[in-house]
Design a protein. Structure first.
Length: 117
């Protein structure tokens, strides 16, 4: 019973989609429950071997997820850069700074993560 994902609530059950957790009372309330546990009815299924096509598909899906994550991170970095540039322009406009002063303000206020790149 300790190795069974289903009996330990690690798999969702059918009723209301809540996980089922076996108890000593459940085990002993009927001979059928006890017999099923003894006969391996609730044992975890063996891992399924993937075909080469399934492995390729899985690898491609993983590559796509990683590419999407990189794209999201890059978009966030671009957004942060634009925000920093906007702040620098506003500060420069408020101070009537020259373009050189604007660049200096931007460099001075550049976030740490941008200074490293």
């Amino acid at each position: 019973m300790a190795r069974s994902d289903f009996l330990n609530g690690r798999v969702k059950g059918r009723a209301w989609n809540k996980p089922f957790i076996a108890s000593l009372i459940w085990l002993l309330e009927s001979d059928e429950n006890f017999d099923k546990v003894l006969n391996g009815y609730y044992d975890n299924p063996p891992p399924v071997a993937l075909t080469e096509d399934e492995k390729r598909k899985q690898a491609e899906e993983e590559r796509q997820r990683e590419a999407e994550e990189r794209r999201r991170k890059n978009l966030e970095i671009d957004r942060q850069i634009r925000e920093e540039q906007r702040r620098a322009r506003e500060e420069a406009h408020a101070n009537r700074a020259t373009p050189e002063q604007l660049q200096e303000i931007f460099e001075k206020n550049k976030p740490d993560w941008l200074k490293k790149s």
